[in-house]
Structures are given as structure tokens and as C-alpha cells.
Write a protein that binds this ligand. Sequence first.
Ligand SMILES: NC(=O)c1ccc[n+]([C@@H]2O[C@H](COP(=O)([O-])OP(=O)(O)OC[C@H]3O[C@@H](n4cnc5c(N)ncnc54)[C@H](OP(=O)(O)O)[C@@H]3O)[C@@H](O)[C@H]2O)c1
Length: 242
Amino acid sequence: MSNDLDDKIAIVVGASSGMGRATAASLAAAGTTVVAAARREAALEELQSDAQANGHQLEICRIDTTVREDVERLIQQVADRHGRVDLLVYATGTNIPDRSLDVLTPDTWEMMLATNLTGAFLCTRAVVPVMRQGGGGLIVYLSTGAVQMPDVSGVAYQASKHGLSGLAHGTRVEEKANGIRTTIIFPGLCKTEILDKRPVPTPQEVLAQALEPQDVADAVLFVANLPPRAIVPELQLFPSRL
Ligand SMILES: NC(=O)c1ccc[n+]([C@@H]2O[C@H](COP(=O)([O-])OP(=O)(O)OC[C@H]3O[C@@H](n4cnc5c(N)ncnc54)[C@H](OP(=O)(O)O)[C@@H]3O)[C@@H](O)[C@H]2O)c1
């Protein structure tokens, strides 16, 4: 390991299930001090007891990323307790069954943008000053392969994920002099709870070829392991057979 993950403080937002959960658990297993955040407290507590049973360091914090005060409280608490934040992973994301343009409403559009994009902005805005003070850091955003290959995941979902690219790249360019790097990961189909929100169930034979959450966690750890002189601005991770 070139970047000594066992010496780092990481926040994973959207850590109660799927890719975020796998990432939080993997970072903790690598020795990183992890703060896992999401809305579902019971799921976070389960993640924490699994980690503790394996002797890993993992703290939890209940937040809704669409609520500015929640995000600011999370980052402040971590900064106060640990003195710095080295890594923030924005794994939060959602979708809705009523996703096609003919059934999407202004309210559901707003909810999608708030969760997938504005929440990432709020986290970035809160964590950047802490990272600057610590001499740098890495922010990893989970996007979707639908950015490269438009699909039927919905216009609000795709618009929010395209917006995430602007946030990731703009932050990287503005903050590179402060040692802050960003990576945006574009995963393809992955077996997680978000698929339960599809209007039509995903066929079992397709699911059988999908990524596992651990594959995405491994990609995050690969990026987080790189030394500060190196950066992966974008990383595409697709199931090889789909
Ligand atoms: N699975 C796929 O096929 C796939 C493919 C490409 C990209 N992605 C993206 O990958 C990322 C991770 O999703 P996943 O597939 O792992 O799905 P998931 O298991 O549903 O995880 C989504 C996470 O986001 C959290 N979240 C949702 N709304 C939130 C809010 N308002 N505040 C705080 N946390 C919130 C959820 O926690 P709570 O509900 O507890 O708050 C959960 O931990 C998402 O950005 C998704 O768009 C998924």
C-alpha cells in the first residue's frame, strides 16, 4: 500500500447499503478510521457491529445529505474529533420507479437532484476547508455508466449524474493547488438495493452478470491508495459481460 490507508480518516456518505457499505467496510478493514453516514440508523449500527467484531474502527452518523445542517454537523464532528479528513466518498444516490419523462414531476425531479447532486455539493463545500487545513485530501464521487451510455434510468437520474461530473472536475481544477484531488467513478450495473426501485425487475440472468458492491469498493481503495502526486480523474467500471 503506497498511501498508508491505516493512517487515514475517511467519511463514507451513503454507507448503509450497497457500494457505500462495502467501501466503508473495506476501508475499515484496511485500517482507515471510517465514519459511515446515511439515514438508516439500524443499517449503520449493523455495519458498525460487523466492523467491530472484526476489530476495525468504524463510527456512524445519521444524516440526510439533502439537509445542509446534517452535512455540516457531520463534517464538523469528524474534524473536531479527528483533526482532519483525508478521504470523502459520496456514495449516496437514489432513483424512483416513476422515472420516465412522462411521469416525472417537478417534485420528484427536485428530490433526485437534491439527493444525487446537491448533497454532493453540500459535502464538498463542507469538507474542502477541512482538507485544505490538513494539506489536502481526496473526494470520490459515485456516478453511473449511464453518463457514457445514455439509458432508461431516467432524465433526473442522468441529469444529476452529469452534474456530478461538473462538481468533481470543477472542484479538482479549483482545489489542486491546495492538494485536494477528486475522482468520479462510473459503475455499470451492480447488485444493490437501488435496483429495487426500477419500474421493471431486473432479470436474474442479467443480475448474475452484474458487478458486486465489493468491485466498486476495490476501485475506491485503488484510487485512495495512490500517492498524492497521482490522480485518477475518472474511472469506468463495467460488468465485463453486459
Ligand atoms: N447499483 C447500480 O447498478 C448502480 C450503477 C451505477 C451507479 N450507481 C450509483 O452508485 C451509488 C451507490 O448506490 P448503490 O447501488 O450502492 O445503492 P444503494 O444500496 O441503494 O445505496 C444508496 C445509499 O445512498 C444512501 N442515501 C440515499 N438517500 C440519502 C439521503 N437523502 N441522505 C443520506 N444518504 C442517502 C442510502 O442510505 P439511506 O437510505 O440509509 O439514507 C444508501 O446507503 C449511487 O450513487 C448510485 O446512483 C448504482
